[in-house]
Design a binder for this molecule. Structure first.
Ligand SMILES: [Zn+2]
Length: 362
């Protein structure tokens, strides 16, 4: 391996890997005149501590939604006015997720290397937040046969702030990788595939001005403007995001509270997340967000009470078949977080709450 790639090579943990700075060094080694050095195991420390959940004041509903998203690897859409803390919440997701295992670390480092970036020597999951002006090529890859943002977020988090501002073809390009975990590209008569199994967190304002539904600020957007803004995100894409949560602006008195009012630390929540993820893998070999429709029917069975509650919600919210399966998956994660073997009415109720923004705009 070229010495410059020693870091990536070290992740493979093979004693057979040797590095050279120059072709003459290889010639010397082949003639038996010198030994090529191996690679040291990458030092997997020194990563900055991720931002902590306890630093975010209030927003307990959004924090709970983040915990559920982390536990089941569910996609998360945060809807709220500017300043509600949507970005703060999104940035705290990687800290709740378990570290990359050795194989995942090699995948992440390979993709970073292929993109021409120097891989980071820690096991923290990637967090990518491309700007809404990013081109489709920058998002899905293909420019110079390099992987794009979706693949750089592989095994980690892709955060798309101001989701409706992304170009429509960029949003549509998300749909297939969200299902398959792969970006497939045909360029110059060749096909390329990059892994892109990321967890999507998206954020948006409730309307073009940002203050629809806020009691203190007067939103001047008409119902048509609000509907047009929300319709920039297609139904099929929204359906692929399991959890939708509304965030309100914090009241001024909340800003004056001392830091201890932030609630639980990331480390404590991460313990519950890890336990729930272990439960899922032991039961079905994968996380709840990855369950197929057939598996949902088999694994997410409901009692009579929860069935009736869900049936009423389907009628009231007009949920699509896809949204129905997503409610069941999220309910399964709520049950796993509480250590319950069976999905109860409370879990279904919480999962329905997390689809509440599906309700019509009034
Ligand atoms: Zn508005």
């Amino acid at each position: 391996m070229p010495a410059a790639n020693a870091l990536e090579a070290s992740l493979a943990r093979s004693p057979r890997i040797r590095t050279a700075k120059h072709l003459l060094e290889i010639c010397a080694a082949l003639k038996g005149e010198a030994m090529l050095p191996g690679v040291e195991p990458a030092a997997r420390c020194g990563a900055a501590k991720p931002p902590d959940l306890a630093d975010v004041r209030g927003q307990f509903g959004a924090k709970r939604a983040l915990e559920i998203a982390a536990a089941g690897e569910h996609g998360l859409l945060l809807i709220g006015p500017p300043g509600a803390g949507k970005t703060l919440i999104a940035q705290r997701l990687p800290g709740l997720l378990p570290d990359l295992d050795d194989d995942e670390a090699v995948e992440v480092a390979s993709l970073e290397s292929a993109a021409g970036r120097r891989p980071s020597p820690n096991l923290r999951r990637p967090f990518r937040n491309p700007h809404h002006t990013a081109s489709v090529a920058a998002l899905i890859g293909g420019g110079g046969f390099r992987p794009g943002e979706l693949s750089l977020a592989h095994r980690g988090v892709l955060f798309l702030d101001e989701l409706p501002e992304f170009a429509r073809n960029a949003l549509e390009a998300l749909r297939e990788p969200l299902e398959s975990g792969v970006v497939a590209l045909a360029r110059a008569k060749r096909c390329y595939e990059w892994p892109a199994r990321f967890q999507l967190v998206a954020a948006m304002n409730p309307c073009p001005c940002g203050y629809h539904g806020d009691a203190r600020s007067s939103c001047r957007c008409t119902a048509t403007q609000v509907a047009r803004y929300r319709n920039r995100i297609s139904g099929p894409l929204l359906d692929r995001i399991d959890i939708h949560v509304e965030m309100r602006a914090l009241p001024p008195e909340a800003l004056l509270e001392d830091a201890s009012c932030g609630g639980e630390m990331t480390a404590d929540v991460a313990l519950r997340v890890a336990a729930a993820r272990r439960t899922q893998v032991a039961r079905q070999g994968k996380l709840n967000a990855r369950l197929t429709a057939v598996e949902v029917t088999r694994i997410c069975r409901l009692g009579r009470d929860s069935s009736a509650l869900l049936a009423r919600a389907i009628t009231r919210l007009g949920l699509s078949a896809r949204a129905y399966h997503r409610v069941l998956k999220v309910a399964r994660t709520c049950a796993d977080l509480s250590g319950a073997a069976q999905i109860g009415a409370a879990h279904i109720g919480e999962a329905i709450q997390l689809r509440a923004p599906d309700k019509p705009i009034c």
